[in-house]
Write a protein of this length. Structure first.
Length: 191
Protein backbone atom coordinates (compact mmCIF):
# COMPACT_ATOMS: atom_id res chain seq x y z
CA UNK A 1 0.00 0.00 0.00
CA UNK A 2 1.03 3.55 -0.60
CA UNK A 3 0.73 6.37 1.91
CA UNK A 4 -0.89 9.57 0.60
CA UNK A 5 -1.01 12.98 2.24
CA UNK A 6 -4.03 15.14 1.50
CA UNK A 7 -5.37 18.49 2.68
CA UNK A 8 -9.08 18.74 3.47
CA UNK A 9 -11.04 21.76 4.73
CA UNK A 10 -12.62 21.61 8.20
CA UNK A 11 -16.18 21.23 6.93
CA UNK A 12 -15.27 18.19 4.83
CA UNK A 13 -13.32 16.66 7.75
CA UNK A 14 -16.41 17.05 9.97
CA UNK A 15 -18.55 15.35 7.31
CA UNK A 16 -15.94 12.57 6.97
CA UNK A 17 -15.83 12.04 10.73
CA UNK A 18 -19.64 11.87 10.85
CA UNK A 19 -19.58 9.32 7.99
CA UNK A 20 -16.95 7.24 9.82
CA UNK A 21 -18.95 7.22 13.07
CA UNK A 22 -22.23 6.49 11.30
CA UNK A 23 -20.81 3.56 9.34
CA UNK A 24 -18.63 2.19 12.12
CA UNK A 25 -15.24 2.41 10.41
CA UNK A 26 -12.22 1.69 12.61
CA UNK A 27 -10.15 4.47 11.03
CA UNK A 28 -10.15 7.19 8.39
CA UNK A 29 -8.03 5.20 5.93
CA UNK A 30 -10.64 2.44 5.60
CA UNK A 31 -13.40 4.99 5.07
CA UNK A 32 -11.42 7.01 2.52
CA UNK A 33 -10.50 3.84 0.57
CA UNK A 34 -14.19 2.85 0.36
CA UNK A 35 -15.21 6.38 -0.66
CA UNK A 36 -12.55 6.40 -3.40
CA UNK A 37 -13.68 2.96 -4.64
CA UNK A 38 -17.31 4.09 -4.71
CA UNK A 39 -16.40 7.27 -6.58
CA UNK A 40 -14.36 5.38 -9.16
CA UNK A 41 -17.14 2.81 -9.60
CA UNK A 42 -19.64 5.61 -10.12
CA UNK A 43 -17.48 7.22 -12.80
CA UNK A 44 -16.99 3.85 -14.51
CA UNK A 45 -20.73 3.18 -14.36
CA UNK A 46 -21.46 6.48 -16.09
CA UNK A 47 -18.92 5.87 -18.85
CA UNK A 48 -19.54 3.75 -21.92
CA UNK A 49 -16.64 1.51 -20.96
CA UNK A 50 -17.34 -2.04 -22.27
CA UNK A 51 -15.92 -3.69 -19.14
CA UNK A 52 -17.85 -6.54 -17.57
CA UNK A 53 -19.53 -6.65 -14.21
CA UNK A 54 -22.34 -7.87 -12.03
CA UNK A 55 -25.41 -5.87 -11.10
CA UNK A 56 -28.63 -5.90 -9.14
CA UNK A 57 -31.62 -4.34 -10.85
CA UNK A 58 -34.39 -3.60 -8.35
CA UNK A 59 -37.72 -2.24 -9.50
CA UNK A 60 -41.25 -1.82 -8.17
CA UNK A 61 -44.21 -2.01 -10.51
CA UNK A 62 -48.00 -2.15 -10.62
CA UNK A 63 -48.84 -5.74 -11.48
CA UNK A 64 -52.38 -4.67 -12.51
CA UNK A 65 -50.97 -2.45 -15.26
CA UNK A 66 -52.18 -3.89 -18.54
CA UNK A 67 -49.72 -6.41 -19.98
CA UNK A 68 -46.80 -5.09 -17.88
CA UNK A 69 -45.92 -8.43 -16.21
CA UNK A 70 -45.87 -10.08 -19.65
CA UNK A 71 -43.71 -7.30 -21.11
CA UNK A 72 -41.26 -7.57 -18.20
CA UNK A 73 -41.08 -11.35 -18.53
CA UNK A 74 -40.53 -11.06 -22.29
CA UNK A 75 -37.76 -8.52 -21.71
CA UNK A 76 -36.11 -10.86 -19.20
CA UNK A 77 -36.24 -13.75 -21.67
CA UNK A 78 -34.87 -11.57 -24.47
CA UNK A 79 -31.87 -10.80 -22.23
CA UNK A 80 -31.42 -14.29 -20.75
CA UNK A 81 -27.69 -14.09 -21.41
CA UNK A 82 -27.44 -11.30 -18.80
CA UNK A 83 -29.74 -12.80 -16.20
CA UNK A 84 -28.36 -14.96 -13.38
CA UNK A 85 -31.39 -15.02 -11.05
CA UNK A 86 -34.61 -13.15 -10.31
CA UNK A 87 -36.59 -12.79 -7.11
CA UNK A 88 -40.23 -11.63 -7.13
CA UNK A 89 -41.86 -10.12 -4.03
CA UNK A 90 -45.53 -9.16 -3.54
CA UNK A 91 -45.45 -5.86 -1.62
CA UNK A 92 -49.19 -5.22 -1.40
CA UNK A 93 -52.37 -5.76 -3.42
CA UNK A 94 -51.13 -3.66 -6.33
CA UNK A 95 -47.34 -3.55 -6.13
CA UNK A 96 -44.62 -6.08 -6.80
CA UNK A 97 -40.88 -5.76 -6.50
CA UNK A 98 -38.39 -7.70 -8.55
CA UNK A 99 -34.68 -8.08 -7.99
CA UNK A 100 -32.72 -9.27 -11.01
CA UNK A 101 -29.12 -10.38 -10.54
CA UNK A 102 -27.28 -9.70 -13.78
CA UNK A 103 -23.82 -10.20 -15.23
CA UNK A 104 -22.27 -9.15 -18.50
CA UNK A 105 -20.86 -6.10 -20.27
CA UNK A 106 -21.60 -2.93 -18.30
CA UNK A 107 -23.19 -1.14 -21.26
CA UNK A 108 -25.55 -4.12 -21.79
CA UNK A 109 -26.51 -4.12 -18.10
CA UNK A 110 -27.24 -0.37 -18.18
CA UNK A 111 -29.20 -0.71 -21.43
CA UNK A 112 -31.39 -3.45 -19.97
CA UNK A 113 -31.98 -1.45 -16.78
CA UNK A 114 -32.99 1.67 -18.72
CA UNK A 115 -35.40 -0.41 -20.79
CA UNK A 116 -37.04 -2.06 -17.76
CA UNK A 117 -37.30 1.11 -15.66
CA UNK A 118 -38.79 3.08 -18.56
CA UNK A 119 -41.68 0.62 -19.03
CA UNK A 120 -45.08 2.18 -18.34
CA UNK A 121 -46.21 0.97 -14.90
CA UNK A 122 -42.73 0.61 -13.40
CA UNK A 123 -42.83 3.05 -10.49
CA UNK A 124 -39.28 2.94 -9.15
CA UNK A 125 -36.07 1.34 -10.32
CA UNK A 126 -32.41 1.33 -9.51
CA UNK A 127 -29.36 -0.45 -10.92
CA UNK A 128 -26.40 -1.16 -8.66
CA UNK A 129 -23.29 -2.30 -10.52
CA UNK A 130 -19.97 -3.79 -9.48
CA UNK A 131 -17.22 -3.80 -12.14
CA UNK A 132 -15.44 -7.16 -12.25
CA UNK A 133 -13.49 -9.20 -14.76
CA UNK A 134 -14.48 -12.85 -15.15
CA UNK A 135 -11.88 -15.46 -15.79
CA UNK A 136 -12.51 -18.56 -17.86
CA UNK A 137 -12.33 -21.71 -15.77
CA UNK A 138 -12.38 -25.35 -16.73
CA UNK A 139 -14.53 -27.65 -14.62
CA UNK A 140 -16.89 -30.57 -14.99
CA UNK A 141 -20.54 -31.05 -14.02
CA UNK A 142 -22.28 -34.29 -13.05
CA UNK A 143 -19.14 -36.33 -12.48
CA UNK A 144 -19.72 -39.99 -11.70
CA UNK A 145 -17.67 -41.27 -8.77
CA UNK A 146 -14.31 -42.31 -10.20
CA UNK A 147 -15.08 -40.94 -13.68
CA UNK A 148 -13.55 -37.81 -15.13
CA UNK A 149 -15.98 -36.22 -17.62
CA UNK A 150 -14.53 -33.77 -20.11
CA UNK A 151 -14.33 -30.22 -18.75
CA UNK A 152 -16.11 -27.33 -20.40
CA UNK A 153 -15.38 -23.62 -20.22
CA UNK A 154 -17.61 -21.36 -18.15
CA UNK A 155 -17.37 -17.84 -19.48
CA UNK A 156 -19.68 -14.85 -19.31
CA UNK A 157 -21.49 -16.00 -22.44
CA UNK A 158 -21.35 -19.70 -21.50
CA UNK A 159 -23.42 -19.29 -18.36
CA UNK A 160 -26.25 -17.82 -20.37
CA UNK A 161 -26.31 -20.65 -22.88
CA UNK A 162 -29.13 -23.21 -22.75
CA UNK A 163 -26.54 -26.01 -22.98
CA UNK A 164 -24.87 -24.91 -19.72
CA UNK A 165 -28.22 -24.60 -17.94
CA UNK A 166 -29.18 -28.16 -18.87
CA UNK A 167 -25.98 -29.64 -17.47
CA UNK A 168 -25.77 -27.52 -14.33
CA UNK A 169 -28.52 -27.67 -11.68
CA UNK A 170 -27.28 -24.40 -10.17
CA UNK A 171 -25.97 -21.26 -11.79
CA UNK A 172 -22.97 -19.72 -10.14
CA UNK A 173 -21.42 -16.32 -10.60
CA UNK A 174 -18.19 -18.25 -11.04
CA UNK A 175 -14.78 -17.01 -10.11
CA UNK A 176 -14.13 -13.33 -10.43
CA UNK A 177 -11.59 -10.76 -9.39
CA UNK A 178 -11.93 -6.99 -9.20
CA UNK A 179 -11.43 -5.23 -12.49
CA UNK A 180 -7.72 -4.64 -13.09
CA UNK A 181 -8.33 -0.98 -14.04
CA UNK A 182 -10.46 -0.46 -10.95
CA UNK A 183 -7.79 -1.91 -8.67
CA UNK A 184 -5.01 0.09 -10.29
CA UNK A 185 -7.02 3.29 -10.05
CA UNK A 186 -7.95 2.74 -6.42
CA UNK A 187 -4.37 2.01 -5.33
CA UNK A 188 -2.64 4.70 -7.34
CA UNK A 189 -5.22 7.48 -7.31
CA UNK A 190 -3.80 10.79 -6.24
CA UNK A 191 -6.15 12.44 -3.78
Amino acid sequence: MQRLTITIDDELVAALNHFIAERGYQNRSEAIRDIIRAGIAQVQEQSNDPKSGVAALVYVYDHHDRELPKRLTRCSHEHHDLSVATMHVHLDHDSCMELAVLRGAMHDLRHLARHVVSERGVRHGRLVTVPVEFETQQHAHGAEPGAAPPPHPCTGSGLGSPDHRRRSPTRSLGSYRPSRDFTELSTSAAV
